[in-house]
Ligand binder design. Structure first.
Ligand SMILES: [Fe+2]
Length: 477
């Protein structure tokens, strides 16, 4: 229900308008003059004031001028006996919506009141919409200014990071921003490059304008990163990590490029040092392992070279089976010293021609456990002691020293076991001549899945039969 304040010194008119409007469910308050009306306005809100012009005391126009300032959401319609166009002009200028001439014509009053209320509502909605819009623009502007200030701070402060912004919107690409970090890294002064073509920096073309994007949205977040040896202004080079971020406009077109680069010379130096020390460590490790291998082979010339050849074959089988490089390397190291336990067996037994007695054979069988005991306290990065311990274990538990089953034996030990048998049969031994590679392959295929792991045997057969693998020719059977 709209509340209407009726101000008129003429009581019959006041009452008449009040009654007329109440029949249309408007809530009416009646005031005999401006000062009474001011009191009502202090107590409650009105949507509309119907106000006489000529009243004793404050005139209607002065009163409405006051209400337009103090209560801008309250609309006003003037009611007067004077049909004077200049008064109407004055009234409209101060923001009055309409002008009703006495004597009162009821329909005219009702239409005028309804129009004034509708217009007031439209103006209020319009103002609210405009204020809301202005507030949103203010918020966005503030957020943009803040983020720009943050970016600017990063841009200026990061000396170890270089930021270069390229603008692609003009007819020729040009450098838009060049941070202090970029000055240090590339050796150019900002003054020399801002506004210039990016070609002055001698950077690769695809850093300046990224290649066609497969998935622009994802690329937008990730950027393109790559390492690059940068040539500075005076020719010195610098290892750097470059990331290029394409900048898109609302239509998905690239309008700019932000190139962020970091000096990685310290990291590269550390990587080189680490690489060198790894290499030295690896050579020292290999040297020690070969020294151990030599110690056993010097006492047993018949098996000299056996360990190296077994290591080579085991490594080739592992490669054929697709094992990881590091695992293959560990297996080779294990192969090179797999018989180190024989150091504890009397040389006359190792070199004895003819058949061994059961006791002698039992003694030989201790070599895998002895080898394990020698190696178990050395911290290799691979399970070398376990590989050596298990290299005579067999799938059907018939091996030694423990009699492990197939799934209990390390894959490396299974590979080494097959390589050991093949090499040993193919080579000469003090107690028998060489049996030949064919006999060796026949042995492992016959016992495929029984004594020897099926996949290992398959890989071994493939090596010899299809890939023409040969045991080192010096030791060939
Ligand atoms: Fe052995």
């Amino acid at each position: 229900m709209a509340r209407i304040l009726i101000v008129d010194d003429d009581e019959p008119i006041r009452l008449l308008i009040g009654q007329l409007l109440e029949t249309r469910n408007y809530g009416c308050t009646l005031a005999a003059n401006a000062s009474e009306a001011r009191e009502f306005l202090k107590e409650q809100c009105f949507e509309l004031i119907l106000c006489d012009i000529n009243m004793p005391g404050e005139s209607g126009l002065d009163f409405i001028r006051y209400t337009r300032l103090k209560y801008p959401d309250t609309a006003a319609v003037m009611v007067t006996a004077m049909n004077d166009p200049s008064i109407a002009d004055n009234a409209l200028q101060i923001g009055v919506y309409d002008y009703i001439i006495k004597p009162i014509e009821p329909n005219g009053v009702l239409i005028s009141v309804a129009n004034a209320l509708r217009r007031r509502q439209l103006e209020m909605d319009n103002r609210a919409y405009r204020e809301d819009l202005e507030e949103k623009v203010r918020e966005r502007t503030t957020a943009l200014e803040e983020s720009e200030a943050r970016l600017r701070a990063i841009f200026e402060a990061a000396e170890h990071v270089s930021f270069i912004m390229i603008d692609h919107t003009a007819s020729k690409d040009r450098i838009l921003e060049f941070s202090p970090g970029a000055e240090l890294m590339l050796g150019y002064h900002r003054r020399e490059v801002i506004g210039q073509s990016p070609s002055v920096l001698h950077l690769p073309g695809d850093l300046i304008l990224p290649p066609q994007l497969e998935d622009p949205l994802r690329e937008k977040e990730r950027g393109f990163t790559r390492e690059l040896t940068l040539t500075r202004k005076y020719g010195e080079t610098l290892p750097t990590l470059f990331t290029t971020y394409p900048i898109f406009n609302g239509n998905g077109h690239i309008t700019g490029t932000l190139i962020v680069s970091v000096d990685i010379s310290e990291r590269k130096k550390a990587e080189r040092e680490l690489q060198n020390s790894m290499e030295r460590w690896r050579m020292a490790l290999e040297g020690s392992i070969h020294a151990m291998a030599l110690a056993v082979e010097m006492r047993d010339p018949y098996t000299a070279g056996h360990q190296q050849r077994v290591a080579d074959l085991a490594g080739a089988i592992a490669e054929e089976m697709g094992l990881a490089e590091n695992r293959i390397y560990g297996l080779r190291m294990g192969g090179v010293i797999h018989d180190i336990g024989k150091i504890a067996i009397p040389a006359e037994i190792l070199t004895k021609p003819g058949r061994l007695t059961n006791t002698e054979f039992d003694l030989i069988k201790t070599h895998s456990k002895v080898g394990y005991d020698i190696l178990k306290n050395i911290e290799f990065p691979w399970p070398i002691a376990q590989i050596v311990l298990q290299h005579h274990e067999r799938m059907d538990r018939s091996g030694y020293p423990v009699g492990l089953s197939g799934e209990q034996i390390l894959l490396e030990a299974k590979i080494l076991g097959v390589a050991d048998v093949v090499e040993a049969m193919a080579s000469h031994r003090p107690y028998r001549p060489a049996l030949g590679i064919e006999a060796a392959l026949e042995e492992v295929s016959r016992n495929r899945g029984i004594l020897y792991d099926g996949e290992v045997v398959d890989a071994c057969l493939k090596l010899f039969r299809e890939k023409h693998f040969e045991l080192s020719s010096l030791w060939k059977a």
